[in-house]
Design a protein around this ligand. Structure first.
Ligand SMILES: [Zn+2]
Length: 347
């Protein structure tokens, strides 16, 4: 049994978005489910701290940080930065707590106060670019966390696995020239935001350190686990990360209103378990999307349950019948992706 830190604060509820699908009820649904779990006594609830503007500037332009601050100061009630990203007067401070929540989880993890962490943060982060908000995201929480670990905890290689149904464009672009951060994304294609093609594999020194797995609509547990076994697992093992961070969106659940995938609670748990076992290093989970309260809560609890109970592998039987699209995608990656070739030497 492991002790898992859950980063949470009621202040995450103060980022008000009105009738938006990304709203405070998402994190309270997860919180309540974790409190009701049989293993809830294994959880250590951690209060986030606020990231400083300097912390945010590890990933974002300083002028962008200032812009978000000012927009939140000026808004009366709820307004929109773009057609899908809402803010209210408190959003800047809450976004600092979201990024700082991931930093706090990383600090507790490397202080060995917890064996892993799950940051129940909002607003989410993986669509946020260096100088632009996108897709409900203000600051890129997981990217800031990865840099924080490298700059303050002597971490060299970070592997980021993003299983949200949408491509983590902001995270990819934060690190696409950087071989110290491997970014791997499962996402539905075609779908928002339109990036994350299978040939996007990184740029310059970062070539080979981005692995995109665009999935056909209707992909389910077998497809994801097949690609874990064929592509993601080998990539993680060969990269030998010192920290595994997971952008955990649960909008790939079959019940989610925004995604067209067919994952279920067991599928998420299996993907997590397989990645953790391949990485053999400290692990942190960061909440991204997921818009059906019920499945968001039950999938989060299924993953956390695996995190807490480290014993029995459950993933073994899941990859029995992948669809044609997933088989072809794996074959393409084996043929073309540097990290899956025998000649790959990342060190
Ligand atoms: Zn998403």
């Amino acid at each position: 049994m492991s002790k898992i830190g859950i980063v949470y604060s009621d202040r995450y509820l103060e980022h008000e978005t009105g009738a938006h699908v990304e709203n405070p009820g998402r994190v309270t649904a997860i919180r309540d489910e974790l409190l009701a779990a049989s293993w809830t006594d294994r959880l250590q609830w951690l209060a986030p701290r606020a990231a400083s503007p300097q912390d945010i500037a590890m990933i974002h332009d300083r002028s962008y940080v200032e812009y978000i601050k000012k927009e939140c100061e000026y808004t009366r009630g709820i307004s929109y930065l773009n057609p899908d990203t809402a803010i209210c007067p408190e959003s800047y401070e809450v976004a600092l707590l979201a990024a700082g929540g991931v930093m706090e989880g990383i600090d507790r993890l490397f202080a060995k106060e917890v064996d892993g962490f799950f940051a129940l943060v909002r607003p989410p982060g993986h669509h946020a670019e260096a100088d632009e908000s996108h897709g409900f995201c203000l600051f890129n929480n997981i990217a800031i966390g990865a840099r924080h670990a490298q700059e303050n905890h002597n971490v060299g290689r970070v592997f980021i696995l993003d299983w949200d149904i949408h491509h983590g464009n902001g995270t990819q672009h934060s690190f696409d020239k950087d071989p110290s951060v491997f970014f791997c994304s499962f996402h539905q294609s075609p779908h928002y935001p339109g990036t994350g093609g299978r040939t996007e594999m990184g740029i310059d020194d970062g070539f080979g350190y981005t692995l995109n797995l665009p999935m056909r609509p209707g992909s389910g547990n077998d497809d994801y686990m097949y690609l874990m076994e064929e592509c993601v697992g080998p990539a993680i093992r060969r990269f030998e990360p010192e920290l595994l961070l997971i952008s955990a969106g649960f909008d790939g659940h079959r019940s989610d209103p925004l995604g067209g995938a067919l994952l279920d609670d067991g599928g998420f748990a299996a993907i997590f378990e397989y990645a953790r076992d391949a990485a053999r290093c400290p692990v942190g989970i960061v909440l991204e999307g997921g818009y059906n309260y019920e499945s968001l809560a039950s999938s989060s609890a299924a993953v956390t349950g695996v995190f807490v109970n480290s014993e029995q592998p459950s993933y073994i039987s899941l990859a029995k019948s992948p669809g044609r699209g997933s088989v072809d995608l794996a074959a393409f990656m084996r043929e073309n992706h540097p990290c899956l070739k025998d000649s790959w030497n990342h060190k």
